[in-house]
Design a protein around this ligand. Structure first.
Ligand SMILES: C[C@H](O)[C@@H](O)[C@@H](O)[C@H](O)C(=O)O
Ligand SMILES: [Mg+2]
Length: 440
């Protein structure tokens, strides 16, 4: 096996799916999401060896992410894979702290979404070079190697490198047992696909029935636009799923702090496990206030939590009961590892966000990594699943009986079929040429 391929060229593709046509993915703030991605391909001097990675976006603006990803890809050209992974934390810092580009963030917004696409592509490349799925690559790293992937800058007042190392080391003895358990039972999941905001009541009922028949035990409902509608829909979904299955609600940042408290109380009779993104994703103190007011209902957030520093503050202030890491909002797997370690230190379960294209494929690896190496527990853990667009992936996630199954193929599972890349490329793929041409 060639252990040191060199990255020789890159391509970044603007990929958009017209999911808004059928209200898939719709919520109280994103009424017409077209699930999209800035899709990165890193090519090497080894025939057939490429790294594929993506970051998730919502249509308009994907081109901006593409431009940012191109600037970051330039920084990988000429590097060998070994030069990157030997001191991965240092490479990650070079990427996120580049002295001119960092002005666009730092470590937030478009440039950080773009960082995820590039960093995830590097993990894909590394795993393919090793012939392993990413979860297994990480599972097999020594504790020192795993910790060596993480930039601990700004975390020192909450988690030191040594503490992180001790967490990983303490999980070593039972790691193999947990892997056996994952092979047998998978990792518990919940579905959001029955409860998008733009779905009709009949559609929600029908989708709940199908999901229960497929073995689902936890459901998420979109709320936040109209309280009376929410009460009707929450009653309906609770009736369908019965008293014992879990129900979560997601407001996608719609409310003021006081409004969130009042609204959640108005829905509390439907027995809610968590409320997700009740208010601005940047309002750490506001989340803490909501958390105190609505307990024992938990506050969950993360899909728009811009970096490990904000997660640190949520955890320090007891503002979240569920930590929803996002494989693309954070700067790729390296920063996800940092947040998983923080969550472990503060005793908060990691329940990844996956409502988007490619996110289920990514989190399928992340939950396994957290269970094997960091969180090491299934208590109060469920990973999101949405049932959209998986047919476009070369190695789609496998979810059966309400559980994610261990990925088998080498890589990070986000590689998309070439036919899809050609068809859905914006604005020149046939799908878009036809739609744009049809406009008056
Ligand atoms: C626009 C997207 O579908 C969001 O609604 C989605 O990510 C959602 O918040 C979720 O938790 O899955
Ligand atoms: Mg959400």
């Amino acid at each position: 096996m060639n252990r040191a391929p060199t990255i020789t060229s890159y391509e970044v593709i603007d990929l958009r799916f017209p999911t808004s046509d059928e209200a898939h993915g719709s919520d109280a703030m994103h009424a017409d999401p077209d699930y999209s991605a800035a899709y990165v391909v890193l090519r090497t001097d080894v025939a057939g060896l490429e790294g594929h990675g993506l970051t998730f976006t919502l249509g308009r603006g994907t081109d901006v992410c593409v431009a940012a990803a191109e600037r970051l890809c330039e920084m990988t050209i000429g590097l060998t894979l070994a030069e990157i992974t030997r001191d991965f934390a240092n490479f990650w810092r070079r990427l996120t702290s580049e002295s001119q580009l960092r002005w666009l963030g730092p470590e937030k917004g478009v440039v950080h979404l773009a960082t995820a696409a590039v960093v995830n592509a590097i993990w894909d490349l590394w795993a393919k070079a090793e012939g392993k799925p990413v979860w297994k690559l990480v599972a097999d790293l020594t504790p020192e190697q795993l910790i060596g992937c993480i930039d601990f800058r700004y975390l020192g007042n909450a988690l030191t490198r040594d503490e992180a190392l001790r967490i990983v080391e303490a999980n070593e003895p039972d790691k193999a047992d947990r892997e056996q358990r994952l092979r047998a039972d998978g990792f518990p999941a919940y579905t959001t696909s029955a409860g998008w905001l733009g779905y009709s009541d009949d559609q929600i009922r029908q989708l709940c029935r199908e999901a229960i028949a497929d073995g689902w035990n936890a459901f998420k409902l979109k709320v936040g636009a109209d309280q009376q509608d929410d009460r009707r829909r929450a009653a309906l979904i609770r009736e369908e799923i019965g008293p014992h299955r879990r129900l979560m609600i997601d407001a996608n940042q719609r409310w003021e702090v006081g409004e969130a408290i009042e609204w959640v109380r108005a829905l509390a009779e439907f027995d809610l496990w968590w409320v997700e993104e009740p208010t601005s994703p940047d309002d750490v103190v506001g989340h803490a206030e909501i958390a105190r007011a609505i307990a024992p209902i938990g506050v969950a957030t993360g899909e728009q939590c811009q970096n490990r520093v904000i997660f640190k503050q949520f955890l320090q202030l007891n503002a979240i009961a569920f930590c929803q890491i996002d494989s693309c909002r954070l700067g790729g797997l390296n920063e996800v590892l940092a947040v998983m370690l923080l969550a472990k230190k503060f005793g908060v379960p990691v329940c990844p966000h996956a409502g988007g294209v490619g996110l289920c494929e990514y989190v399928n690896h992340l939950i396994m990594i957290d269970y094997l190496r960091i969180g090491a527990s299934l208590e109060n853990r469920v990973c999101e699943f949405v049932d959209h667009l998986h047919e476009h992936f070369v190695d789609p996630c496998v979810v059966t009986g309400g559980a994610y199954r261990l990925p088998q193929a080498p890589g990070y599972s986000a590689q998309i079929h070439p036919e899809t890349l050609a068809a859905y490329r914006y604005p020149d793929g046939p799908i878009w040429r036809e739609r744009l041409g049809a406009k008056p």
